[in-house]
Design a protein around this ligand. Structure first.
Ligand SMILES: Nc1ncnc2c1ncn2[C@@H]1O[C@H](COP(=O)(O)OP(=O)(O)OP(=O)(O)O)[C@@H](O)[C@H]1O
Ligand SMILES: [Mg+2]
Ligand SMILES: [Zn+2]
Length: 425
């Protein structure tokens, strides 16, 4: 534990009982995990690892799989679906003195309590044997543009009714928004329903005007601050950007209105904005994600049997390998993945719940990076009933046809009609 190994071939170890001055900074949290920055002296053997990676640790009291299971599944099932540059790097780190470490991290959380999401307040770090090191996707320099968004369901749910006029996301999201509005009539776009969050929250340097000739600058961000629907985008827009100026406009307007702080020609450099726009028109990552979502769920939650998954050994540590490998994400059919195999649903749900991190350096000579993270194996046992109940509720309640009760005030501009065209792209 003394010399300067940069990338340990074995699992690195975090041991806070060492005579090292560890400092932890809270970066973010979701429903199941916390993310911290670890600061150590330059002489520490893991200093370069902690410079490039953040520490992810589990929340106490969730039904998520252990990090060992999550990582094995990521390595054997998820990674083969993508190119290495498409994924936020992750690796396990052994946590010695787990109890003491959790106490240290919890003290940091307590200091941040005032800034945490209302529904997350009070949550604490679990005592665990392993954490995860995840590639830090925040700004490398203060003028980098860095943000994250959830691409969500990029294709219609296979068990949606044939009468559906909305995609799964546009059927479901208005319910969440309506609920939020009911409990918090003074909604602002900084609340948690925003699909996209910029990281970190310090504003980017401003630039004077848009450099884009063919695209109108998005409307003023202020118009959305009390309009929850403005923070809601049909995800199919992400896929039609290359062919549809309207879809591109929808995405850019969404970025300019739903993000905090917003991304618009006024909040980043002309070059960064042009690169962002170009990325939406040309990226292969989101189409690939969509193909993988489609390939692993041909029947939808309602077609999925509630009986225990015979192949997955859910919850007991077996990774679901499904005979995977190679470029399955690009091959929706005939890959031996088993058209409609019920054990595919949890993997599809993982792919529908991941986050996409994008970083656009201010330095034009440096590449734009766009990578997927939060590709955690879902706990089928804990979730399958919920997935099915949600689909049943959307179907029976008329939400797929936009008739659902209680969502009257939420505007939806679903692009479902382009879904079949996408099959031919
Ligand atoms: N690689 C990363 N680089 C920068 N920030 C990150 C990274 N990973 C996570 N974060 C921050 O931490 C937050 C929570 O992380 P994460 O998505 O791992 O939690 P989660 O519990 O799995 O979330 P969810 O409820 O969406 O599943 C993210 O929203 C983001 O702000
Ligand atoms: Mg997650
Ligand atoms: Zn939609």
């Amino acid at each position: 534990m003394s010399t300067t190994t940069q990338w340990p071939s074995s699992t690195p170890v975090l041991s806070i009982s060492e005579p090292t001055d560890y400092k932890f900074k809270f970066v973010g949290e979701g429903a199941a995990n916390y993310v911290f920055e670890v600061l150590v002296p330059p002489s520490h053997e893991l200093s370069s690892l902690f410079e490039s990676h953040l520490l992810r640790v589990p929340k106490a009291g969730t039904k998520a799989h252990s990090y060992v299971e999550l990582h094995e599944h990521w390595q054997t099932v998820v990674s083969p679906l993508f190119e290495p540059q498409d994924l936020v790097d992750q690796r396990l780190i052994q946590l010695n003195e787990g109890e003491e470490l959790a106490a240290r991290l919890n003290a940091v959380l307590e200091d941040e309590e005032h800034a945490r999401r209302a529904d997350f307040k009070g949550g604490r770090v679990a005592v665990a044997e392993y954490g995860m090191l995840v590639e830090d996707m925040r700004q490398k320099r203060p003028d980098d543009l860095a943000f994250e968004f959830k691409p969500k369901w990029l294709s219609q749910s296979p068990s949606a009714p044939p009468t559906a006029t909305r995609c799964r996301n546009c059927a479901r999201e208005p319910i969440k928004i309506a609920k939020l509005l009911k409990h918090n009539p003074k909604f602002t776009s900084t609340t948690t329903i925003t699909t996209i969050t910029t990281i970190p929250s310090s504003p980017s340097p401003t630039s004077s005007s848009s450099s884009l000739s063919s695209i109108d600058p998005p409307t003023s961000p202020s118009s959305s601050s009390n309009n929850p629907a403005a923070s809601f985008l049909c995800p199919f827009n992400f896929l039609t950007c290359p062919h549809s100026p309207t879809a591109l406009q929808n995405v850019l307007t969404h970025f300019a209105t739903a993000l905090q702080p917003p991304i618009s020609p006024a909040t980043c450099s002309p070059s960064q904005y042009a690169r962002l726009t170009h990325w939406f028109q040309t990226n292969t990552l989101l189409p690939r994600l969509r193909d993988a979502q489609v390939a692993h769920d041909r029947i939808g939650p309602l077609g999925t049997d509630l009986s225990p998954d015979p192949h997955n050994g859910d919850g007991d540590g077996d990774a679901n390998q499904e005979g995977g490998g190679g470029e399955e994400g690009k091959q929706p059919n005939g890959t031996g993945k088993g058209k409609g195999k019920e054990e595919d649903l949890p993997l599809a749900m993982t792919l529908r719940d991941c986050a996409c991190f994008v970083r656009i350096p201010a330095d034009e000579t440096l590449p734009l990076e766009a990578k997927l993270a939060d590709l955690d194996k879902k706990n089928r046992t804990a979730k399958l009933k919920y997935w099915r109940a949600t689909e049943q509720m959307l179907t029976d309640g008329g939400y797929y046809e936009g008739r659902g009760a209680g969502v009257g005030g939420v505007e939806v501009d679903c692009q479902l009609d382009v879904d079949c065209q996408l099959d031919n792209i």
